[in-house]
Ligand binder design. Structure first.
Ligand SMILES: [Zn+2]
Length: 282
């Protein structure tokens, strides 16, 4: 069933689908954080990066992150602000908290491609979360010479506090404790991504959780997942729905809500803002 916009009928149907489900699998993409107010352009970008915008004419926070800064001191002046506001500060709207409220009494699990860890900030039990693409809050060796990650909160806060004229003090430039090469964020952008112990445990928990519920009344709730990396959440959700005849697939997206014909009779496809929808479910 296809819906455009939010109607009382749709809300009743969704509430019932959540009530009836034995278990809920949430798949969260970039659209969910955008809905929570984590926007990477406009006033939020201008407020924190006006000096970088003046110097380099960056259009948004995301593309600015790819700029080949000439020094590590300048790179980390940029990235420490970026990590502070997108990883350690709460999103402007309580979308994640409200979403977790909807499933807190259910058997549920979350898989997300988001690296801002809003689920953790909203208080999720980490054992129910698989963060496939990494975490802004972790450093890893850029080489990488070893497969470990390091919490970066303390040093990121220092970098933000102690930077001057778009440079952090050289002593704060993070270096690998084993080989001395620069550290980088633990983000999947190429083959140097470190899948550490915590990541591997989360991956196994996800696989085991899904396998143990293949015959149950499963609700697959896909929120704000676009077509950038459909192989991580979207395609597996379609496949799981096709394999499990008592599963229901829900897709919420502002621009790319769709599903294949094979699962159409058990799908609720909604073109709407995720934040508005979650608000309406309260
Ligand atoms: Zn190293």
């Amino acid at each position: 069933m296809q819906y455009t916009g939010i109607t009382p009928e749709l809300i009743n149907r969704l509430k019932q689908a959540i009530r009836d489900a034995d278990a809920v699998l949430i798949g969260a993409g970039a659209g969910l954080s955008t809905a929570a107010g984590f926007t990477y352009a406009g006033s939020r970008f201008e407020r924190f990066f006006s000096d970088f915008i003046r110097k380099y004419h960056f259009r948004d926070m995301y593309t600015g992150g790819f700029y080949p800064f000439r020094s590590l001191e300048e790179k980390w002046a940029y990235w420490s602000r970026y990590i502070l506001i997108n990883r350690y500060e709460n999103p402007p709207k309580p979308v994640y908290t409200r979403l977790l409220n909807q499933v807190k009494n259910k058997d549920f699990f979350v898989i997300t491609t988001n690296v801002d860890h809003c689920f953790q900030k909203a208080g999720i039990d980490k054992a129910r979360l698989f963060y496939t693409q990494g975490d802004y809050g972790l450093f890893q060796c850029s080489t990488p010479c070893h497969r470990r990650t390091y919490d970066n909160e303390e040093v990121i806060l220092k970098m933000v506090a102690e930077q001057k004229d778009m440079r952090i003090p050289s002593a704060l430039v993070p270096r690998c404790p084993k080989c001395g090469e620069p550290m980088t964020m633990n983000l999947r952008s190429d083959e140097t991504f470190v899948e550490d112990l915590g990541w591997n445990e989360a991956a196994s928990r996800y696989v085991n959780w899904v396998q143990a519920r293949m015959d149950q009344k499963l609700l697959l709730l896909e929120l704000g997942v676009g077509m950038n990396t459909p192989a991580i959440i979207k395609y597996p959700f379609w496949k799981l729905t096709a394999q499990n005849k008592s599963a229901t697939y829900v897709c919420v997206n502002l621009g790319e809500a769709e599903c294949p014909k094979e699962i159409e009779d058990r799908a609720i496809v909604i073109t709407a803002d995720v934040a508005d929808l979650i608000d309406a479910l309260q």
